[in-house]
Structures are given as C-alpha cells and as structure tokens.
Design a protein. Structure first.
Length: 183
C-alpha cells in the first residue's frame, strides 16, 4: 500500500495517516515497516535505518500532537500543553542531513532524525504564513487537513480522486432522485 500525500506539508501528511477519525478510523501506520515506507515515500529520507516498535509509538504520539495543534489552530483555540511540549521536544532533536553525492542529493536518516524533521515542518507550518491556507476537507467523513494553494482559495476537498468525486457523485444522484420524485 502506498501512502497518500495530498496535504501540502509533511506534518499534515503525517497527521492524516490516521484516516476518517470521526467515523471508521483507518490506521495506515500499523507496523514499523509502514512508518519506514512513509518516511521514504514522503521524501523525508531516501534510506532509513529500520524503525522499531518504540519508533512507531513515538511517531504516532507526535502525529496525534500535530493533529491536536493543527485542529486547535483552525478552531482558534489555545494549544494543548502536552501536545506542544511533545512537538517542541521532538523538533529539538537533530534533523535529517542531506548529503551531496556524485549522483545528486541523498538523505540517509535514523527514525529519530526523520521524526524531528517532520516536527520541524509542523513548527514552521503553525508559525508561518500558510496558517490561513489550512483547511479541513469538506467531506464530512474525511478528516484530512490540507494547505489550499488554489487560485482563489476555493479548494474544498483534500483530493478530487478521494473525496471530491465521491461528494459530487452523491450530490448528482440526490438531484436525480429528487427530480424523478417530482415528476
């Protein structure tokens, strides 16, 4: 299974690895090797020393802290002290360090470095100019938060393939049913 990166920021993409938080929760980081794959597929690292159970537990805790902080920011609420402390503690650790090789850029990382890099993305996001661009998907079943960089800022869904088409098709079927009932 490939991970999905629709959110526009690695911290938001990590936060969205637990899908459908309000309904049938679906965990995509169910094993350490899935976290390894996420770090590589996200572009955080090209190669990673394998994650263990403790790394997965830590990453899930940081993911939940990021989600709590982002949703608090969207709601205009204050930050949870525990979530804030965990994010800052993780961001203070050494991040990944890209290297230049004859073939180009290469990033080898430990799980701790990769998670620190994601935490730093969260700090930059929540303290930077993209805060007003953050939105939650308009699909009531979806809990993905994304950065809306569309022209006019009218993007409603995390992605057309995942949510937009589903909502538009349901609305079309409802209109057809209503029109058939009215005839």
């Amino acid at each position: 299974m490939k991970h999905v990166f629709l959110c526009g920021n690695p911290a938001l993409d990590l936060a969205c690895t637990l899908r459908a938080r309000r309904t049938d929760r679906f965990e995509t980081l169910y094993a350490p090797d899935r976290l390894d794959a996420w770090y590589v597929e996200s572009g955080i690292a090209d190669t990673l020393s394998p994650c263990g159970d403790a790394d997965l537990t830590r990453a899930v805790a940081v993911r939940e802290a990021i989600y709590a902080l982002v949703t608090a920011r969207l709601a205009g609420d204050g930050y949870d002290d525990g979530a804030l402390a965990l994010l800052n503690e993780t961001a203070r650790k050494p991040p990944v360090a890209p290297q230049l090789t004859p073939e180009g850029r290469w990033v080898a990382a430990t799980p701790e470095q990769a998670l620190s890099t994601v935490a730093r993305h969260a700090v930059e996001l929540l303290s930077g100019p993209d805060v007003p661009l953050m939105k939650e998907c308009a699909n009531p079943e979806c809990t993905k938060i994304f950065i809306d960089r569309s022209r006019g800022g009218r993007r409603e869904w995390c992605g057309m393939e995942s949510c937009g088409n589903k909502i538009k098709a349901a609305a079309y079927r409802a209109r057809k049913k209503e029109a058939a009932g009215a005839s």
